[in-house]
Design a protein around this ligand. Structure first.
Ligand code: FAD
Length: 511
């Protein structure tokens, strides 16, 4: 552990202290010791005046939707507890997903070019002693968060949005005609963009423990041999410390980024962030063929992502979670920026329509947080990629399983492989992959069943059936429903949400 402290203390700021704080937060989540926040209450009285259509609390991804809504003529305020500024470390995404910024008129062509800090090809997927797959143009674009957020902030202000920095959300009272935030800001709708640890989410979930968690550590460093390729998912060790370690690597603006991540349940006996960082420093030389002392580390990266199987719904009207607080990101990749970008058009149009038609009750807003079977099916995959404390497992089982599955996907070709790697699971690709894997490796599949458990398997089947159903409904139902005419604006709100639900829930938003 002393090496972790030594390495992190060479960086500006108290990075080691930050890592220890992160570990303490992880421990309190595992032990469920944090008090349940009480920040939202309700009142039957009407507010006298309402100053805003939308108040967004939390600026990182909040500014994306803030900018889109203010451009549609809505009165929008954004509260950020610190200063609104993107992080230095790039967000990875695929190029086609960025088109929405042009479509919603958030960025010009030139600004979109400027937002892209790096681009690499190909990206590799590889597992110990098994398959190696290379793909082009998948999550290979590094977006510069500093430039993106600064550009959107300026557009937001120019279009009439109001930014309140160093202004933390404190509490909210939901009235019949609006929400009063921190005793000061009155609004028709509150968007909670305060991330995974939002106090509003904490209250809504009532201290429910996450169903899974992903720990990630890494760095951006200089001193590697020139390498213009990347890894999306690589593993070169068997199960160690009750963890299957996965690696990511890609060129970055300030050097090369490398991450080590692992999935686990919330058992307190699992390793923490500091131990994982020590493992990262131990294994990085083998992974990238470099000595630690050849590297000049620019910054250290660490965190953890809680994930819940149940979709989050707020019990109050007039409040909607967006970004990481919504839990809409994949439990496999945790690409919250990518997820927000993918849902940006749906949310912009849906929120505008909810406001225009006064559909702001809890059941009406629930439709903007739809159940997505294509995400829910990935839960089983997370379970198959993690090891319980004390669980007896062949140390190479996870590598062997992933090797087999990716080999089948490679044979099925890019239309199957690429959506999966972009966090979009589709019924036909999933069915073909599972059938092929089951036929070619029946023993392997039989070994996975006790690992994931029969209950999880039945739960997965339910989501899988729904995925098929949503696919049929999207393909057939949406064609029929598009012919529906002469319905009221409020009814349109409901039928647009139904179309969105089928499209996004079946993974057909990708095309
Ligand atoms: C190491 C690492 C690498 C990642 N790489 C990628 C990637 O390559 N691609 C990708 O898509 N995603 C990636 N992610 C995930 C991505 O960074 C998150 O999904 C994204 O930051 C979520 O943004 P958010 O605004 O929802 O939440 P957060 O990032 O948690 O931001 C919450 C915001 O709310 C503010 N806030 C909090 N509390 C209050 C309050 N009380 N009042 C007012 N404001 C408040 C915070 O200051 C902050 O601005 C990565 C994450 C990590 C940790």
């Amino acid at each position: 552990m002393r090496l972790v402290e030594e390495v992190l203390n060479q960086l500006p700021g108290d990075v080691f202290g930050g890592l220890q704080k992160c570990d303490r937060l992880l421990t309190s989540l595992r032990e469920n010791t944090a008090p349940i926040p009480q920040v939202v209450s309700q009142s039957n009285l009407h507010l006298e005046t309402i100053d805003w259509d939308v108040v967004i609390c939390g600026g990182t991804l909040g500014i994306l939707i803030g900018c889109a809504l203010v451009k549609r003529g809505l009165r929008v305020a954004l509260l950020e507890r610190g200063v609104l500024r993107g992080r230095e470390q790039e967000w990875n995404i695929s190029r086609s997903e960025l088109e929405v910024f042009l479509e919603l008129d958030l960025l010009s062509q030139q600004e979109l070019v400027n937002v892209i800090a790096t681009e690499y090809n190909p990206a590799r997927v590889s597992f110990l002693g098994g398959t190696e797959v290379c793909v082009q143009d998948v999550l290979n674009i590094g977006v510069d968060p500093v430039y993106l957020l600064e550009t959107l902030k300026n557009k937001f202000l120019a279009a009439g949005g109001k930014l309140f920095e160093n202004t933390a959300f404190d509490c909210a009272v939901v009235h019949p005609n609006g929400v009063l935030i921190s005793h000061t800001f009155s609004t028709r709708l509150l968007l909670d963009a305060m991330g995974s640890f939002s106090p509003i989410v904490g209250q809504a979930r009532q201290a429910k423990k996450p169903d899974g968690i992903c720990l990630v550590v890494g760095s951006c460093a200089q001193g590697f041999a020139p390498n213009s390729t990347g890894d999306l998912l690589a593993s070169f060790t068997p199960v160690l410390n009750n963890c299957q370690y996965f690696w990511e690597a890609f060129p970055a603006k300030d050097g090369r980024t490398t991450y080590l991540f692992t999935y686990m349940d919330l058992n307190a006996q699992h390793i923490g962030i500091e131990t994982l960082f020590a493992e990262y420093l131990r294994l990085l030389p083998e992974y990238q063929g470099v000595l630690l002392n050849q590297l000049q580390i620019q910054r250290a990266l660490f965190g953890f992502f809680p994930a819940y199987r149940q979709q989050l719904y707020f019990p109050w009207g007039r409040i909607l979670p967006i970004g990481d607080s919504s839990g809409n990101q994949s439990p496999l990749s945790f690409g919250g920026f990518g997820s927000m970008v993918r849902h940006l058009k749906r949310l912009t149009l849906g929120i505008s329509e909810a406001l225009a038609t006064e559909q702001l009750s809890a059941p009406a807003l629930k439709l903007l947080q739809p159940y997505q079977p294509n995400l829910s099916v990935t839960w089983l995959f997370q379970k198959a990629m993690r090891v319980g404390v004390g669980q007896k497992l062949n140390p190479n089982q996870i590598n062997t399983l992933l090797s087999a599955v990716f080999a089948q996907m490679q044979q099925l070709g890019e239309p199957v492989l690429k959506p999966f790697l972009q966090d979009v699971v589709q019924f036909s690709g999933l069915t073909q992959t599972l059938l092929k894997t089951a036929l070619n490796y029946p023993l392997l599949i039989a070994q996975v069943i006790p690992q994931v458990g029969i209950v999880s398997l039945f739960d997965w089947m339910w989501h899988y059936i729904n995925l098929g159903l949503y696919t049929v409904l999207f393909k057939l139902g949406s064609k029929l429903l598009k012919r529906v005419k002469y319905i009221s604006p409020a009814e349109q709100y409901y039928y647009h949400r139904m179309l969105d639900k089928w499209q996004y829930g079946s993974g057909y938003d990708l095309y």
